[in-house]
Design a protein around this ligand. Sequence first.
Ligand code: WT7
Length: 640
Amino acid sequence: MSYPFQIASFDEYEKAYKASIEQPEKFWADVADTFSWRKRWDEVLEWNFREPKVEWFKGGKLNITENCLDRHLESSADTPAIIWEPNDPTQKSRTLTYRELHFKVVQFANVLRNNGISKGDRVCIYMGMVPELAIAVLACARIGAIHSVVFGGFSAQSIADRLQDASANYIITCDGAYRGNKEIPLKSVIDDALVQCEFVEKVIVLNRTRTPVSMIRGRDVWWDEEVQKVDSTGNPDLPAVEMDAEDPLFILYTSGSTGKPKGVVHTVAGYMVWTTYTFVNVFQYKRGEIHFCTADIGWITGHSYIIYGPLCAGATSLMFEGIPTWPDAGRFWDIIDKHTVNILYTAPTAIRSLMGFGLDPLKGKKLDSLRVLGTVGEPINEEAWHWYNENIGKSRCPIVDTWWQTETAGCLISNLAGITPSKPGWATLPLPGVIPKIVDEKGDEVVVAEDGFIKGNLCLTAPWPGILRTTYGDHERCRTNYFAAYPNLYFTGDGCLKDSNGFYRITGRVDDVLNVSGHRIGTAEVENAINMHTGVVESAVVGYPHDIKGQGIYGFVIYNGLEKDMELIRKDITLTVTRIIGPIAKPDKIQFVSGLPKTRSGKIMRRILRKIAEGETKNLGDTSTLLDPGIVEEIKNGRV
Ligand code: WT7
């Protein structure tokens, strides 16, 4: 049985797209009617991009976990909801059916309630990729607590910033996490963060690695003991808390062009509709199939395409604890054969890294269960696309190149697997409900093609159900970040091309945001971290092309400290960034300079630094407005 809103042909795509533009309210009401509601909405959509205000299905009452879990119990209680593959392939995998997952979510929702957590409370979740992470997320949603998942690679300082920004009084974590041959001491990182966050009342700790931890009386409790307490009282069947369609479901922090990450807020109903609709259509999910999204749940991709989208669709979602290259570079391919995976959704950076190991790790791997491949997070280069297509998809699996953002909840521009055409390196066509507009610097629509391509900044003209509603605690920031660059448009921060077929190719960020291995990192954030080092006077960070990561981080640093061993300082600065942000933001290159190219008004001319970092030394453009044009020569010659 297919889904009522599943697009089955190119013709149907065109019809759906047209209907979604001409009659958006009717179109999305029809989709939303296929979900389970406690009470139907009063109004489908109310919006303006001025404030901005976006409200979908206002007045509707529901709980997203009843859509993820309860409604599947009648027909598919024994269908696997989550298949979990551990980091270590010699350990047993685990399967949770919809019945089992439902039981565990209700049970843990009781634990949350027993620990004083209720609707509207913010709960920070800092865990490895274990099934209990999905259970924790869903248990929050069940009682209406707002989850804020923080990726396990972020530092204590980053966690403290996020806890403070959201006034999150509760934390769910693990003693440690396994990642390849490493053991990451999550609880001890939390303890470091909590030195600055005395408002945190409860920390629930899951035992995963038996890493030694210190448990603070009155604050820290063990997951298993709390579950036992609930069980001994008969695990009351906690009914899901009734939520308004526009109640917040979660906060997820993401980097922008300022130094401070922003808490993107998604609300219950629109997020549910968008992730489910896009999951079913982009991947052309068929009931019974096994979907393997390799992202971490700490990022939006994991929220939308490991947990909410697949579970709302009654799908089987494979969750992997480890990394693609341990114990060897055949790990993904083994998982695919072992669990007969049908859909593989991963990042170009992972493909490029595995490509680097050659074809040996593929020997003896069948990969014949695969039907659809997907990529997300950054532009995919043609070489990686072809390698993925030929060696993994055996040239018989459509590849979906899905463009979207933390702020969009789910895919906005993507081909639909096997239904609409693909083009290597191109995200291709907008999904129903998505109306792109390409504008120039002044905000005027670009209509004239250059070499057959329309080129400019990518905006969206109207809200789709999954658009962000605000940035937590600071609505004005949401407005200035996304809705102020061009009046009445949502600005994505991305540049793009459009070809004569109407296909889109996303060319990368046009703001001061880097995309490192598919992760967004603000240059200002990295600069702030580097500047924390005592000997650093000033720094400027730019991206440069990196074979595997897509972009690498290049820091230009003015240093006047006492230590003269520059290699040592380089290491110290790198360690500082790891301390302040986390290992994901470590600069790949640090060049010490005596000055930075600045305009007379004191603005750093990043354009010049970017060119130097990219290895371009000739056409640096106009440098006549620089305060000290001589500095450019020095920087050019000192390139690392
Ligand atoms: C930025 C969003 C989408 C979830 C993972 C990243 C870039 C994303 C593509 C793609 C070219 C892409 C954009 C976007 N991006 N997908 N298919 N082709 N670029 O989420 O951290 O919010 O980053 O990733 O630059 O703005 P994110």
